[in-house]
Write a protein that binds this ligand. Structure first.
Ligand SMILES: NC(=O)c1ccc[n+]([C@@H]2O[C@H](COP(=O)([O-])OP(=O)(O)OC[C@H]3O[C@@H](n4cnc5c(N)ncnc54)[C@H](O)[C@@H]3O)[C@@H](O)[C@H]2O)c1
Length: 344
């Protein structure tokens, strides 16, 4: 059974988890681990699938509605005997026999999650309910990719997992922030009430190849602008900070959390903190020294500071990020140039 998390309030379940499939205890046949990745056609999900598929004992099923993801991200696995791709919206129930569920399905960038905010809330709430229902039915362990946005515009800095957040419940970002907060609540209620084995990752800004271009996220924005030789648009005042985790580090953290015995929530991110102006200057230096940096108006509710406290991830998962921003940014360049059709 899952162990207690950092916060004394969380209360570990007193119920035994639902039994896994009889295949797990079969005497004569060692079944492969069957893993469902919702949102697996997206940025982080497709990198996670790449890692999971490297293990020959894994069978991977992706369920995705392709709202922000693409089959292209999974091209190399389509047709592989240990891989299956299902067009499915998680707001509808899904019945598949699996042992683990990585539940990532949810648009992550403000442009997409604000496009249909009611749907974003449904994806977070009904989608997570459906995946928890599946976990309960088949005795699977489930990991939710929550977000640093549950801390809102934080009043403490850096944020550790015991911080309850400072979130606007009625703002334009609330469909995402509050949606993820309810998703976390549902995870813990299923854990306490039904004994489901849960894992919650609070992901901080992640970057790498296959990020959506022009999705309004700051790293992809600056990179695409630099490659297109357009000015880098920094939202005022430019002193707001973010921390950026390279996607391979993120995937390693998620797998360690799933395989470990701590429910979380656990912050997974890179504590290296940069102002938006510093980020723009770094992109300019590494990708295109000829571009200008210009200041533009900010969006409402944009958090001023964001930096993970990863003490718990270090202690519990033995995890910390390895790739520095200066090393990670150039690793995205080839992928972005190919998609933007701008050769070096
Ligand atoms: N990238 C980050 O910096 C970041 C930060 C914090 C949290 N996260 C979380 O990590 C997860 C993955 O983020 P990402 O950056 O890969 O985003 P992404 O938009 O690239 O991927 C999300 C995937 O979910 C799919 N999806 C969306 N709604 C769906 C629905 N209703 N049913 C089925 N599929 C649906 C999309 O088509 C896409 O493939 C998300 O849960 C996000 O909230 C990401």
């Amino acid at each position: 059974m899952a162990k207690q998390s950092s916060n004394g309030d969380f209360n570990t379940s007193t119920k035994a988890p639902p039994p896994p499939s009889p295949l797990r205890s079969a005497k004569f046949f060692q079944a492969n681990m069957r893993i469902l990745v919702t949102g697996g056609a997206g940025f982080i999900g497709s990198h996670l699938v790449d890692r999971l598929m490297q293990n020959e004992k894994n069978e991977v099923i992706v369920a995705d509605n392709y709202f922000t993801g693409s089959k292209d991200n999974l091209r190399k696995w389509i047709g592989h005997p240990r891989f299956e791709l299902i067009r499915h919206d998680v707001t509808e129930p899904l019945l598949v026999e699996v042992d683990q569920i990585y539940h990532l399905a949810c648009p992550a960038s403000p442009i997409f999650y604000k496009y249909n905010p009611v749907k974003t809330t449904k994806t977070n709430v009904i989608g997570t309910l459906n995946m928890l229902g599946l976990a309960k039915r088949v005795g699977a362990r489930i990991l939710l990719t929550s977000t640093s946005e549950v801390y809102g515009d934080p009043l403490v800095h850096p944020q550790d997992e015991s911080y309850w957040g400072n979130v606007n419940p009625i703002g334009v970002r609330s469909c995402y922030d509050e949606g993820k907060r309810v998703a976390e609540t549902l995870m813990f209620d299923y854990h306490r009430q039904h004994g489901i084995e849960i894992r919650i990752a609070r992901i901080f800004n992640t970057y790498g190849p296959r990020m959506n271009i022009d999705d309004g996220r700051v790293v992809s924005n600056f990179l695409a602008q630099a490659i297109r030789s357009e000015p880098l648009t920094v939202q005022a005042p430019g002193t707001q900070t973010r921390s950026f985790c390279y996607v391979s580090d993120m995937v390693e953290g998620l797998i360690r959390l799933m395989e470990g015995d701590n429910t979380g929530p656990i912050n997974i991110g890179n504590p290296g903190e940069f102002t938006m102006l510093e980020l723009a200057e770094t992109v300019k230096e590494l990708i295109n020294p000829n571009v200008e940096i210009v200041m533009v108006e900010n969006t409402p509710d944009d958090p001023r500071q964001r930096k993970p406290d990863i003490t718990k991830a270090k202690e519990v998962l033995g995890w910390e990020p390895k790739i520095k921003l200066r090393d990670g940014l150039p690793l995205m360049e080839d992928d972005f140039r190919a998609r933007l059709q701008v050769p070096r």
